[in-house]
Design a protein around this ligand. Structure first.
Ligand code: SF4
Length: 361
């Protein structure tokens, strides 16, 4: 559990360098040690100061007295029949968050969480039902990347190729930590901005801020309906930033010349899969040059909703394609281990998760 010591994993590269430079200057130690420690963190994946073997023992001890390298612990790892691998991480205060590794061809996508719980209360999401617990720190966010990457390499999954902020929580409601974690992943750990995507249900100031960043991080919008009244029922945040306001922010993101926006659209049988919605959705996608990801709904406890039949999803996709929209029908992954957004922690709390241990593959 972290104490008053600064967790170096929380610090963006510039702050890390400045903090370490001060520390070593106070001890009268040459500043090449700063680069050494930073290298151990970002390239050497060090989890302790003792591991920094090219530093003198007294410097390792002094670092340990002043700083921490705190990472959440893996509570469970579960591997689905389709090789999707989920980690449940226990934070120092006992909160639980999840990350999911999704292998597909030569890609290995890591989905990470930005908050414990979520305040957005989307009606189709188990995390939303559990309520908000707390924001994650930047270090707790990047630690999911560090830990999952370590596990993936040790278990034959190869390197992580993409990172998506689509786990528990609304990333743009935790902007300071999430933006710091983006800088850390990109400039610290050297992970390409174009391979990182932030998913939001529509926090407009966050979208605008992301549009202003010089790096080309991707943006996915959880849309789920092009109609304001239906979207309000699915995503309460629609009341605060309704579709026309959202579109304004998305235009800014698109005009900034970064990557193409993705619309995420969960297909729920009889709820938001009526073909009459296709023209409005196509119009929005067209204007923003957005891709549309159609995702069969992953059922959640206490909700009678089910996924739209595949035939309906295909008709929906065809309708969009006929209107010139790029569509992708996403396969549901990891169903047997409840890999959909927010489901893992909820199940863990319900004691329903199968514990497979760290080396389950
Ligand atoms: S869908 Fe995302 S934003 Fe909505 S409640 Fe779930 S975790 Fe929160």
């Amino acid at each position: 559990m972290p104490d008053a010591r600064i967790n170096l994993l929380d610090l963006e590269p510039d702050t890390l360098h400045a903090t370490l430079a001060r520390h070593f200057a106070e001890r009268g130690v040459k500043d090449f040690r700063v680069r050494q420690v930073a290298r151990w963190i970002f390239e050497g994946d060090a989890t302790s100061f003792e591991a920094m073997t090219d530093l003198p023992v007294e410097e390792r001890e002094a670092l340990g007295g002043a700083f921490d390298l705190y990472e959440p612990e893996p509570a469970t790892v579960s591997v689905s029949e389709d090789a999707t691998a989920k980690h449940l991480w226990r934070l120092h205060d006992g909160e639980l968050v999840e990350s999911v590794l999704i292998p597909a061809g030569d890609r290995l996508t890591l989905c990470i969480s930005s908050q414990a719980g979520c305040a957005m209360a989307c009606t189709f999401c188990a995390t939303g039902w559990g309520g908000f617990r707390r924001h994650l720190t930047a270090g707790e966010i990047v630690s999911q990347f560090r830990g999952a990457r370590r596990w993936a390499e040790a278990n034959g999954y190869g390197p992580v190729t993409n990172v998506v902020y689509m786990g528990m929580g609304e990333p743009l409601a935790n902007r300071d930590a999430v933006f710091a974690s983006l800088t850390l992943l990109n400039r610290g750990y050297g992970f390409g901005a174009r391979r990182i995507t932030v998913s939001t249900v529509g926090v407009v100031p966050g979208i605008e801020q992301l549009a202003e960043r010089p790096e080309q991080f991707g943006l996915a919008l959880s849309l789920h309906s092009p109609e304001e009244s239906l979207r309000r029922e699915l995503i309460p945040l629609e009341k605060r930033w309704p579709i026309p306001v959202l579109m304004e922010a998305l235009r800014k993101f698109d005009a900034a010349g970064g990557r193409r926006i993705t619309f995420e659209y969960t297909m729920i049988d009889g709820v938001n899969d009526d073909l009459s919605l296709v023209p409005a959705l196509a119009e929005m996608a067209h204007e923003l040059h957005a891709f549309v990801n159609l995702i069969p709904f992953n059922p959640i406890p206490d909700r009678a909703w089910v996924a739209s039949p595949m035939g309906r999803i295909r008709d929906f996709a065809r309708g969009l394609e006929e209107r010139g929209v790029d569509v992708f029908v996403r396969e549901p992954r990891g169903r047997d281990i409840a890999a959909a957004c927010g489901q893992l922690r909820t199940e863990k709390l319900g004691q329903a998760l199968v514990q497979l241990g760290r080396d389950s593959r």
